[in-house]
Design a protein around this ligand. Structure first.
Ligand SMILES: *Cc1c(COP(=O)(O)O)cnc(C)c1O
Length: 446
């Protein structure tokens, strides 16, 4: 455990004087295009706390966007990184390879869903891994088209912007985008309910709606891959209706289309399973991981069936930094921590605690339209009282109210009306409850 005291503490107003100074320096030095959610600058973090430069201690319900899942600066990671950085920092795996990279690939092949023989390739960011998954699927199938879904988020590079659904802020003004990307309708139970109970609860029916679009507007013979987040992240923590993902996978199999699960946000114990696909009992052909893989060090991966992963020609994949040795050491320590500290079970316990509380809040407040998610990936969708009309304004105010009171929360969703919670699994129940107390108080005051 970190020596950082595990309690919320406001030493100054938020932001304090030192953060204010840094906000000014940032404005004068950093591109405006890089926005920040919190008005404070971090100095230390661990357990369930982020401490800022003014000595304020904030409850962390964001984990740096689902990255520090095992807890910030987790002890095993710190030790492994220190040891690796003292030995060597980089040789380039494509020049002088090293064991850590191979060991991470072995762990990914072991841990990801799918009983078939697998291979992995390592990269730096989620977007870079998604791009590589598409490259691999295209060489394997010798087809070009790719389908992604409404509300999808797959990154900010050119190809992944094309896959991402939401224009502002991710795509606005940044086109033209990569061609041969098509969009299919998702299963979004809360919003599908407007079109009838059946489509909202019957995942197979929702899948037929998507498959109809794919079949008629793209054509299976042209389609290299279908890419989907098993639970959408930036799109609003949308859990598709039961049966949706298996039906899609089934169709992909029948048509020899590569099914890619983007588990960048949902992976590594976050949802109460090692990977979210396990909740649906599905085995994707390729699985993309990043975020929670290395406790904050930049690392990402594509893992999947050997015949697909081996389709690219020798040296067709790679990158200078991909699978950096320090990041690999962090990943191995992260995986060891998840397994030896039973963090998958911890995520499931967090789900129960959070959902119990949020459902009680929802029962008394008809501005909370929906409470959903899995494990330590939980959200509430806020609406105009008693309707399904999104209330982005309320969501923004609620988030800012929490920030000012010393609780880090994030928003998401196509309509900006989803408040999401991604606590580190190292947070105590007490801190988690206190964070939810703050949330309830701020909401009651609005
Ligand atoms: C964050 C995210 C990405 C992009 O990852 P980066 O490391 O930011 O490039 C891709 N897919 C999903 C589902 C994500 O949540």
């Amino acid at each position: 455990m970190s020596t950082l005291e595990q309690s919320r503490h406001l030493a100054t107003a938020i932001p304090g004087p030192r953060s204010k100074e840094l906000i000014e320096r940032k404005a004068a030095a950093v591109s405006r295009g890089i926005g920040t959610t919190m008005p404070v600058y971090a100095s230390r973090a661990g357990g369930g706390i982020v401490e800022d430069v003014d000595g304020n201690r904030l409850i962390d319900l964001g984990s740096g966007i689902a990255v520090t899942t095992i807890g910030n600066a987790a002890p095993r990671v710190v030790e492994a990184v220190r040891a690796q950085v003292a030995d060597f920092t980089h040789t380039c795996f494509m020049i002088t390879p090293y064991e850590g990279y191979v060991a991470v690939a072995e762990q990914l092949n072991r841990l990801t869903p799918g009983s078939y023989e697998k291979r992995s390739a390592l990269f730096n960011s989620g977007a870079e891994a998604v791009e590589n998954a598409i490259k691999i699927a295209r060489t394997y199938t010798r087809r070009q088209a790719v389908v992604s879904f409404d509300h999808a988020y797959h990154g900010r590079t050119n190809l992944t912007m094309a896959l991402t659904a939401k224009s502002m802020p991710y795509k606005h003004g940044f086109g033209p985008f990569a061609p041969e990307i098509y969009r299919a309708p998702l299963s979004y139970p809360f919003r599908d309910a407007e079109f009838g109970k059946e489509i909202a609860t019957d995942g197979e029916l929702a899948a037929r709606r998507a498959i109809d679009v794919i079949d008629k507007q793209v054509g299976a013979d042209n389609l290299a891959a279908v890419i989907i987040e098993p639970i959408q992240g930036e799109g609003g923590f949308i859990v598709p209706a039961e049966g949706f993902l298996p039906a899609l996978l089934d169709w992909c199999k029948k048509n020899e289309v590569v099914f890619i699960a983007d588990e960048v946000q949902t992976g590594f114990a976050r949802t109460g399973r090692m990977f979210a696909c396990e909740h649906e009992g599905i085995e994707p052909d390729l699985i993309v991981t990043a975020k929670g893989i290395a406790d904050g060090l930049p690392l990402s991966a594509v893992t999947g069936r050997v015949e697909i992963m081996d389709a690219p020609h020798v040296s067709g994949l790679g990158g200078t930094y991909g699978g950096n040795p320090v990041a690999c050491a962090a990943a191995l320590a992260t995986i060891e921590t998840i397994e030896s500290e039973h963090m998958v079970e911890r995520a499931a316990a967090i789900e129960k605690l959070m959902k119990d509380r949020l459902h009680r809040m929802q029962a008394e407040d008809d501005r909370i339209g929906d409470v959903r998610g899995r494990g330590a990936m939980i959200a509430m969708e806020l609406v105009k009282a008693g309707t399904t009309e999104p209330d982005g304004e309320l969501t923004k105010k609620l988030a800012v109210g929490c920030h000012t009171a010393g609780v880090i929360v994030l928003t998401c969703g196509t309509y900006g009306n989803v408040l999401r919670f991604l606590p580190p699994l190292s947070i105590s129940d007490d801190l988690l409850n206190e964070g939810l107390d703050v949330l309830a108080n701020v909401l009651a005051d609005l």
